[in-house]
Design a protein around this ligand. Structure first.
Ligand code: GAR
Length: 195
């Protein structure tokens, strides 16, 4: 099996959907769930699923991003993953880190990229008057939220939507999209998935 390290900062619902997908004849298995936030809810979920966990708290590095990333790399490479899946990992990564995992790192972003890179994606889509929103899985390159798009899922934006109601509509689509893209990516298939 290929080994997948999943990086999280929060509740880890995308991590759970990825981990649940890697069973049976799936060509990969999760080898590590790593969080930069010590209390992240996803850590307990990963432990309950029998997946190794690690914490590298960026606050321990007092703004030294290089040292933080070297510690991240050490913690990740101790598990020798083939693929890195960012799943709600809320730290910006430098080219040093991204280059180390070039061609084998994915991210999920809650917008229809290239629209709304960065934060507050759903609020921005509503304020722009868009009729649809969604999520994207992309390869991670040095440009923030800018790598090749491997898949997207779309939902309508409804008249009374708030950022929260829209997020609640998009999140289940994330849980479908990310495993679908990962399963292909593991075997070198980067044809686009549209849900
Ligand atoms: C997800 O909606 C993901 O798309 C988003 O954070 C959430 C994490 O939820 N990611 C980003 O905003 C990346 N900049 P989860 O912890 O339940 O998977």
């Amino acid at each position: 099996h290929k080994k997948v390290a999943i990086l999280i900062s929060g509740g880890g619902s995308n991590m759970v959907s990825l981990a649940n997908s890697m069973v049976g004849d799936h060509p990969a298995r999760p080898c590590l769930v790593l969080s930069n936030v010590p209390g992240a809810g996803g850590l307990n979920k990963a432990s309950d699923m029998g997946i190794a966990t690690a914490v590298v708290d960026h606050k321990d590095f007092k703004g030294d991003r290089e040292a933080f990333e070297e510690a991240l790399i050490s913690a990740i490479d101790a598990h020798a993953p083939d693929i890195i899946a960012l799943a709600g990992f809320m730290r910006i990564l430098t080219p040093r880190f991204i280059t180390h995992y070039a061609g084998r790192m994915l991210n999920i972003h809650p917008s229809l990229l290239p629209k709304y890179k960065g934060l507050h994606t759903h609020q921005r889509a509503i304020e722009a008057g868009d009729s649809e929103a969604g999520c994207s899985v992309h390869e991670v390159t040095a440009e923030l939220d800018g790598g090749p798009i491997l898949g997207q899922a779309r939902v309508p934006i409804l008249p009374d939507d708030t950022a929260d109601t829209l997020a609640a509509r998009v999140l289940p689509r994330e849980h479908a999209l990310y495993p679908a893209v990962l399963r292909r990516f593991v075997v070198g298939d980067i044809t686009r998935v549209d849900l």
